[in-house]
Design a protein around this ligand. Sequence first.
Ligand code: SF4
Length: 128
Amino acid sequence: MRMQHAQSLPYASSLCGACYEVCPVKINIPEVLLDLRAQVTDQERGQFRRFLDPMYLGLRIANLIFSEPGLFHAAQFFGRIGLRFFTRKDGWIHSLPSLAPNGPRPATCAACPARPSTAGGRHAAASR
Ligand code: SF4
């Protein structure tokens, strides 16, 4: 079944199951909606425009980084370097760039603690 005009419909439900509970003939709408969601995903899988979706790309990149230990460690390493641009001398992050020019100001937060030295074995600093 082509879903080109109702692709968002299967996602409108919270899949709470209340309709199934009260349905006198036990039509399992949540199960039907899950199947429709799979059909929408399958249809979109063949379309190039999904690569233009920032969320799709972000999740694909995150999936790649979290599934490759080397990439994950590299991301942590560069993340710490990047964090230095936002961390003040007091070790706190006072502001982050906002996509919305008048967007909300993030709360001040402490930067990630420095990684404990591995001298004398892993987490030696933490156990002292
Ligand atoms: S599962 Fe049924 S009752 Fe619950 S939100 Fe979806 S359609 Fe509505």
